[in-house]
Design a protein around this ligand. Structure first.
Ligand code: TXE
Length: 480
């Protein structure tokens, strides 16, 4: 059985403890590999390698760092199919989604920051003939890059690219639930001849390897993507040594549908927004608020379309939804559906585990589920579920729609559907969300900041915001 090792100082190494965790294929429920159960000793080795590599890497020209990232992107792109299959087996997403969306976006992340860093501008001002001020930025040192299980390679490269492009070195801690593509990335870094120690990957539990990493004195900054609860623990670890933090957390995103929306376009997009990647995307629309005059029509048409989504073998191109990432996550989904029923929700589509033939009979599959009739303040409409469960509720006015959308502790993303663009701009400004899509979903321009407000996190990453996060700015004043 394949062993998923750590990648430290340019080499694959066993965990010092010699211990491994089972790594499951969510489609079959079988253990298909073993992943290094790293501890503080492994983390110390990785941080030491990154610290040793930092002086030389930060002295490499921006142009040369850009070329390294381009080379990594080229090598990764050559292995697109291998990574897509690995991602699908590890996380449960369909091979099609990994091939069309996740892995190409990982390549794009690398190329985007390889060029963005070449065009980054700083500021200067003149004090009326007295002095000139200008800003410069320097890399900070060893960056801890901690990523979640839902878009493993997409979100890890979203951190690696700007961290390395700006001259930092990195210690990555991928999720213990989806370690495979980070493991394979180590081979890509070797083939691209990235200098040893510039990018290290430590596998293992967040509560063990992740905890040791976020406490480490030599880690200067942490870019974290994951759950809101985990972020609290990381903030506490980071505080004593004033580490710089970027926290991209959960969401409970609203989609607001007005009667004048292009309904077919809205329905088609809302299928993706609700159930793509089994609804395990932090920007998924899990709450849909519909203007009362089209509420019944929307519920009927959306539920009918959702019931036609194919759940099954993630390797088949016709499959829309694969399994959930773990047995625990599947059970969490089913418990929320039970709570919805007891809170008076009406299940319009789905509502139970999906039963499949062997070899998938023990997989973590559930039916995409649509629920109406819940109080907007109920548990299922307030808590992040992070799976294929969408709740629909009506609204009667613009102000009510805004109030309903904003009355959760999260503020990551939102979507507005209406042909009245003036109204859309007005509502977008009023919604508590770091990203608002109007008549679309998940259309991303990497030059713009991404991240959430309220319990969805602090800091923004993307374009200039990432370069600013991964560097330390200083202001230099010269008397004329
Ligand atoms: O998070 P966890 P998950 C959110 C998503 C959901 C969650 C899903 O909405 O809430 O992330 O990811 C490591 N010290 N986003 O369940 O458990 C852990 O090993 C240090 C939002 O994986 O928080 C894993 O590598 N590290 C996002 C990572 O943290 C620790 C987009 C995340 O794990 C740790 C995607 C600890 N004490 C998902 N405990 C966005 N807003 O963009 C765990 N980890």
């Amino acid at each position: 059985m394949e062993k998923i090792l750590n990648f430290i100082d340019g080499k694959f190494v066993e965990p010092q403890s010699g211990e491994y965790l089972d790594n499951y294929n969510p489609a079959t429920g079988e253990v298909y590999s073993k992943v290094a159960k790293s501890n503080a000793t492994d983390v110390d080795m990785a941080v030491a390698a990154a610290k040793t590599a930092f002086p030389q890497w930060s002295a490499v020209t921006t142009e040369e760092r850009s070329q390294y990232l381009m080379r990594i992107a080229d090598v990764l792109e050559k292995s697109l199919k291998e990574f897509a299959l690995a991602e699908s087996i590890d996380q449960g997403k369909t091979v099609k989604l990994a091939l069309d969306f996740e892995i190409p976006r990982a390549v794009k992340n690398l190329r985007f920051f390889a060029t963005a860093v070449l065009h980054h501008e700083e500021r200067s001002t003149e004090i009326d003939g007295v002095a000139v001020n200008y800003t410069v930025r320097n890399p900070m040192g060893v960056a801890a890059l901690i990523s979640p299980w839902n878009l493993p390679l997409y979100l890890l490269t979203w951190k690696i690219a700007p961290a390395l492009a700006t001259g930092n070195t990195a210690v990555c801690k991928p999720s213990e639930m989806t370690p495979m593509t980070a493991f394979l990335l180590g081979r890509v870094l070797q083939e691209a001849e990235l200098p040893n120690g510039v990018c290290n990957i430590v596998q293992g539990l967040g509560s063990e390897a992740g905890d040791a990493l976020t406490k480490h004195d030599d880690v200067k900054l942490i870019s974290f993507t994951g759950g809101t609860a985990t972020a609290g623990a990381i903030m506490q670890n980071a505080a004593p040594t004033f580490k710089k933090l970027s926290l991209e957390l959960g969401g409970k995103n609203a989609s607001v549908v007005f009667a004048d929306a292009d309904l077919q376009e809205c329905l088609n997009t809302s299928l993706r927004a609700g159930f793509q990647n089994q609804g395990e995307i932090c920007t998924c629309s899990s709450r849909v608020f519909v203007e009362h005059s089209i509420y019944d029509e929307f519920c009927e048409k959306y539920a009918a379309a959702v019931s036609k989504l194919t759940v099954g073998d993630p390797s088949r191109r016709s499959t829309f939804m694969g399994p959930l990432v773990s047995k625990e996550h599947k059970e969490k989904m089913l418990s929320y559906i039970d709570i919805a029923r007891s809170d008076g929700g009406e299940i319009l589509s789905g509502g139970q585990a999906a039963s499949l033939d062997t070899p998938f009979s023990d997989g973590y599959f559930i039916e995409p589920t649509v629920i109406k009739g819940l109080d907007p303040k109920s548990k299922v409409m307030q808590e992040e579920i992070f799976g294929p469960i969408v709740c629909i509720a009506p609204f009667h006015s613009e102000s009510e729609a805004i109030e309903l959308a904003n009355e959760v502790k999260y503020g990551l993303a939102a979507t507005i559907w209406s042909e009245n663009i003036k109204r859309c701009h007005r509502i977008a400004k009023a919604l508590d969300a770091g990203t608002v899509w109007i008549n679309t979903w998940m259309l991303r321009d990497l030059r713009l900041p991404f991240g959430g407000m309220k319990a969805s996190g602090i800091g923004r990453e993307g374009g200039k915001d990432s370069i600013d996060f991964f560097t330390e700015v200083k202001n230099i004043c010269v008397k004329l």
